[in-house]
Design a binder for this molecule. Structure first.
Ligand code: NDP
Length: 316
């Protein structure tokens, strides 16, 4: 026999700063939010060590600690935080349907999407090994650059993000080697020109990563190949940064919501509204520009306020 369908006023999908901030506001507005944490409870910040740029933490805070505190704050006001992930939605009707792990069906008056984005990686076995070990592979220079102070680092990518991160690292590290797979940058001219001028950034064109080298615990270098000459060589480094773009976690919404070519949800400018009434978005799922914890928290707040106003207008 199938389970009884649960009905909720406000469903929040995702548990990063956007989701928890939306939950705090929705709970305090008596919307009895239910929040599903998703595959990575706490979101991208749980893979970050120290967060030093979130206002209100003068001494800094670790990413995981901050996410525990945000969860506690959301629960304090009655948010029902649940483990599990949403695998399917149906936004075709007035009531929005959401399925948890393809089994449990929930009918929602409002939905706040805060599923975030995931950094892309090269997919090399050696890269994944040291990423999982926390041994020197990172997709966020602003988060982790500090750990490689006065050391040598390598960064892969040739877009605006890679340029921005290489520039950031060059102020901290002894040397930064940038691996560009083609013979030119993808980044805007101004960003590319800026990195070319920095004395401790070396740019290697037509260069691809073959293997991340290490001692079994931490990264010690990278083996690279020139894709024109076929020559291979090793570059010593302690930090290996990947800046080849992000993928928003929005696949399950693509049949119902307007997405841009990369998959970011398109919101009505200046609001958190999607093209479906009653469905709102906060955080990186709709933001490829700022991607900060504090901006995610801000847009999560907007989503809860927009959802509250939507319900007030609908229910009178
Ligand atoms: P982009 O998609 O613009 O660039 C990705 C880069 O990674 C490309 O140079 C690409 O190479 C390279 N790449 C992809 N896969 C691989 C691979 N397997 N091996 C090696 N290199 C690879 O992503 P960004 O994150 O840089 O930028 C995303 C968006 O955000 C852009 O619109 C950008 O303009 C914007 N942005 C703006 C900023 C600003 O204005 N301050 C700052 C940061 C981002 P190739 O060129 O060969 O395809």
């Amino acid at each position: 026999m199938s389970e009884e369908i649960e009905k909720v006023k406000c469903m929040i999908i995702g548990s990063g700063p956007a989701g928890y901030t939306a939950a705090i506001y929705a709970a305090r507005a008596s919307m009895k939010p239910v929040l599903y944490q998703g595959m990575q409870p706490g979101g991208q910040l749980t893979t970050t060590n120290e967060v030093e740029n979130f206002p209100g933490y003068p001494e800094g805070v670790t990413g995981p600690e901050m996410m525990v505190q945000l969860q506690q704050q959301a629960e304090r006001f009655g948010t029902d935080v649940r483990n599990g992930w949403v695998t399917k939605v149906d936004f075709s009707g007035d009531i929005h349907k959401v399925w948890i792990e393809d089994k449990k069906e929930i009918h929602c008056e409002t939905v706040i999407i805060s599923t975030g984005a995931s950094a892309k990686y090269l997919g090399l076995e050696s890269e994944q090994k040291y990423l999982e070990l926390g041994g020197g592979v990172s997709a966020c220079a602003v988060c982790d650059g500090f750990f490689y102070r006065e050391q040598e680092t390598v960064i892969v990518g040739a877009g605006d993000s890679a340029c921005e991160e290489a520039h950031y690292l060059s102020n901290i590290c002894k040397k930064v080697t940038m691996l560009v797979r083609r013979d030119e940058f993808r980044a805007s001219k101004i960003m590319a020109e800026r990195v070319k001028k920095v004395s401790n950034i070396e740019i290697l064109y037509n260069t691809e990563t073959q293997e991340v080298l290490g001692d079994g615990n931490v990264v010690t270098g990278v083996r690279v190949k020139n894709n024109v000459s076929g020559d291979e060589h090793e570059i010593p480094c302690t930090g290996f940064f990947v800046a080849i773009g992000h993928k928003p976690n929005t696949d399950i919404f693509k049949d119902y919501l307007d997405l841009d070519e990369t998959g970011y949800i398109i919101n009505e400018p200046g609001t958190s509204k999607t093209n479906v009434p009653g469905v709102f978005v906060g955080g990186d799922a709709a933001d490829h520009v700022y991607r900060q914890a504090v901006t995610a928290a801000g847009t999560g707040c907007m989503a809860a306020l927009d959802a509250e106003r939507y319900l007030a207008a609908k229910n009178g």
